[in-house]
Design a binder for this molecule. Structure first.
Ligand code: DUC
Ligand code: ZN
Ligand code: ZN
Length: 476
């Protein structure tokens, strides 16, 4: 009989394809057996009545990015670093995070990555990788830095079509797409039309329309539709795979469906804010709408319904938080004053801890999603697309024992006080959810159990990621 470090006994295991009763045997941080009567172990966790799921992967979150003007943040201070961000992730059942190492103009991407390693090193509770963000694709970056970094385990690169200090021209985007495709990275794109946003913002401000609710008017769906269409066109011209991040509504979804119908391999991500927040939240009185300001903005209920449809029918591959943590004070959202124009408010909302529970409660418990599709969206698809599978994203012999044990019946009322981030609010305050991850393991180590932290900061390791093997739901 085998002896294990840990056995999770009596639970229902679900992967992206199957649901079955099995005990999970773990040794040396790895799943080494699935079955019944596995033998004995140093520790047994009783999971009867619970779901044993792969830990979540939040493949789009921003942590401890340096302050700079002309970004989504407008120069505000991020409230979460790798310590508080990863702590918050793990209490929401997420065991891998992929934030961004941002190249600022004039800076080398290598220097940005080195700086970001310094920020992460020794702080994280769970494993992490970095996407690169390229804002200055010089010949040196395109010909030397990107190919070398991609070969060294940074298999995804984000580019922006908006934000003064980040946006690339179409030609620059083509260059980055081309280099990424050849070198083995997936390009991610923020698709909003910069000129339209600037023009609309100027007009709204001239008319005195500066409250947070006008944020949506300054970047309406049509602005995202045009950029989504153009981004897809650029990927076709460059013959490169592309993932459209934070898709917010109907028109962008239609562009993605149309592209796929003509055979273009486009991947798509959405986020909780496009399912659970709306323009009504932006219109909250007393400037509270600023708490829900992100870009693209939350849309109206019709768009929300289209995003839900895309989540249900498989249009979306990835479900991420886009956690961008700014406090509702003068360090963050209100950096330029208490009642300033929407255009000066830092874009972004917190969501690392609430991402998976929101989708579980409103997706699985309402019958919109089966458990396997939830696992795919929460974890497996991101592992496959971003070069982490089968080490991450599944429960299988040989995989890392990154596991979230969910109590599907636990009722939780979200309050900011219960969350572990360093932001002073949550946009989901008061929402009642059914289902919550009660025990979470990273590489076989219990990190949190029944609301108690038992893991150590610094347990999380950097993950090198490489172009995934050919196959469904991956790119080549
Ligand atoms: N939009 C972004 O593009 N990045 C971070 C947050 C946001 O709202
Ligand atoms: Zn973005
Ligand atoms: Zn983002």
């Amino acid at each position: 009989m085998n002896h294990f470090d840990l056995i999770i006994r009596g639970g229902t295991v679900a992967t992206a394809s199957d649901t079955f009763r099995a005990d999970v045997g773990i040794r040396g941080g790895t799943i080494t057996a699935l079955g019944t009567q596995l033998g004995d172990a140093d520790r047994i966790i009783d999971a009867s009545g619970k779901l044993v799921l792969p830990g979540g992967i939040d493949a789009h979150c921003h942590l401890d990015q340096p302050r700079a003007k002309g970004l989504a943040s407008g120069g505000a201070l991020m409230a979460d670093d790798f310590h508080s961000g990863s702590l918050s992730a793990v209490f929401g059942g997420t065991t891998t995070i992929i934030p961004f190492a941002v190249q600022h103009r004039g800076q080398s991407v290598v220097a940005a990555v080195e700086d970001y390693h310094r920020r992460a090193n020794g702080k994280a509770y769970v494993d992490y990788g970095f996407h690169l963000i390229v804002s200055d694709p010089t010949p040196q970056v395109l010909q030397e830095e990107l190919p070398a970094l991609i070969a060294d385990g940074y298999a995804s690169v984000k580019v922006y079509m908006t934000y003064e200090a980040m946006r690339l021209s179409d030609r620059q985007i083509l260059d980055v797409l081309d280099v990424n495709q050849r070198a083995g990275a997936l390009t991610m794109i923020h698709a909003e039309n910069y000129e339209c946003i600037a023009w609309l913002t100027e007009r709204l401000e001239a008319e005195g329309k500066t409250a947070p609710r006008f944020h949506e008017d300054s970047r309406p769906m049509v602005v995202e539709r045009e950029a989504t269409h153009r981004a897809i066109t650029l990927s076709e011209v460059a013959e490169a795979n592309l993932l459209i991040v934070h898709v917010s509504g109907k028109d962008a979804i239609e562009e993605i469906r149309r592209a796929r119908t003509r055979g273009v391999k486009i991947f798509a991500e959405t986020c909780p804010q496009y399912l659970f927040l709306s323009t009504r939240d932006l219109a909250l009185p007393d400037f509270l709408g600023a708490k829900c300001m992100c870009s693209p903005p939350p849309r109206d209920p019709v768009n929300q319904a289209h995003v839900w449809q895309g989540v249900e029918d498989g249009l979306f591959d990835i479900f991420s938080s886009d956690h961008a943590p700014y406090r509702f004070d003068d360090s963050g959202k209100l950096m330029y004053g208490p009642k300033i124009s929407f255009s000066k408010v830092a874009n972004g909302i917190p969501g690392l801890e609430t991402r998976a529970p929101l989708l579980f409660s409103e997706g699985v418990m309402t019958g919109r999603l089966d458990l396997n599709r939830f696992v795919a969206l929460n974890s497996t698809n991101a592992a496959k697309l971003y070069g982490l599978h089968p080490q991450k994203g599944t429960i299988a012999v040989g995989a890392d024992a990154d596991i979230a044990i969910w109590d599907p019946e636990r009722q939780v009322t979200i309050t900011n006080a219960m969350l572990h981030h360093n932001v002073d609010y949550t946009p989901y305050e008061g929402r009642v959810l059914t289902g919550w991850p009660v025990t979470v393991l990273s590489r076989g180590q219990v990190i949190c159990h029944e609301g108690e932290l038992v893991g150590q900061a610094g347990h999380g390791r950097f993950l090198k990621r490489f172009r995934p093997a050919k196959g469904a739901k991956t790119w080549t």
